[in-house]
Design a protein around this ligand. Sequence first.
Ligand code: PMP
Length: 427
Amino acid sequence: MEVKTSDFVTRVSSRRQPSAIRALQPLVGLPGMISLGGGLPNPDAFPITGISLTLSDGSQIPMSDEQLNAALQYGPTRGQPLLVNELIRMMNTYHHPKLPWDECLDILVSSGSQDALSRTFDMLLDENSAIIVEKPTYPGALAAIVPIGCTILGVETDGNGLIPESLKNVIEEHHRSGDGTKIKALYTIPTGQNPRGCTTTVERKEEVFRICHDANILILEDDPYYFLRYDFFDGRGEGDHWAPPRSYLSMDEDGRVLRFDSFSKIMSSGIRLGWATGPKPFIERLNLHMQAGSLHACSLSQVIVGEMLRLWGREKFESHIQKAQLLYRNRMLKFKEFMETHLDGLVEWDEPVAGMFAWMRLKGVKDTKKLVMEDCRERGVLMVPGNAFYADGDAPSPYVRASFSVAPLDKLEEAVRRLASLLRERS
Ligand code: PMP
């Protein structure tokens, strides 16, 4: 690994020390060990004696007494061993990381990817740092980054994702500017980007990786829509496995990629489970942030999802994500049809290949803020104005983000119809 952790971690983060009590955790289960160490509550004081979970196919997730105990008790910060093993298996299946697990790579389970992301920004960024984000980007990331007071640089995107040439220019310009801050990381959402809906091509990812390697910048790969690609069976036959394109994690030989995954879009968003995968020294430090914050992600959620993944194996997991992919693909195609019927000539967009967002440029509208926040709302349509997705949230934007994920199809069409009539009245 080429990356030196100490060049990237803030002074505040480097002062974090492991908790003496948390350090006892791995020793508790050793044969013959009598633990009077941790402050584990006595489960006899818990009123829950069983949990049953029924899946949409009618099958049940059984929970043994041992699992129930683990689900109701404090657990390791890294994550429940059952879930961690399943996640490592999943990362090997889909990402084939070049770096070996035991020496170089590790995993940390988090309360959704948001949890791991915001702790990562705290670990890396201070007022002397800079971070590069896509234009536009996820407001939840900006909410965690902006208050830190670091420099935020924006890189251009188009329908095929992040534009490598723009990344090169941003880095060169920052070096020329003499601003004095160190660019620590690129934060990127490579699949079904929020809000743009775009997916960065593998060719571009390879170029982006090279640029970050040359400039010694970390890559924060936030990929919660990874499983929501619409191309599950394109070009493949019945019984074939899902073969997603390469991720930044899979390209990493330097130890510069921290990847963030989430169960929110494919299992449940309320279950609050995500995980970070990356170079061991960074994941270990992130673990210290987690220790001091929430101790660990919810044990109950971890046991449930870990057991589901174990029972399902690859076949059932993929048949589940295939259903999710088809659902989103069909919704996108319906939304496209509604747009072609009602909004023809009034908006421009790039058809997504993954995810749940349409990023539309409203022709003839310089700033969508008033139109979205007042006019659309008066007509009973909620969307998000484009300016919300930029670090400089006050700058005018001709874009709006519409999500086609949950509204019933007749309502989805009605929303498009209402937007169309509003735009026609204005023109
Ligand atoms: N990153 C992006 C790009 C997102 O769109 C979201 C959810 N809206 C998150 C992270 C957070 O997801 P989670 O539910 O896993 O915390």
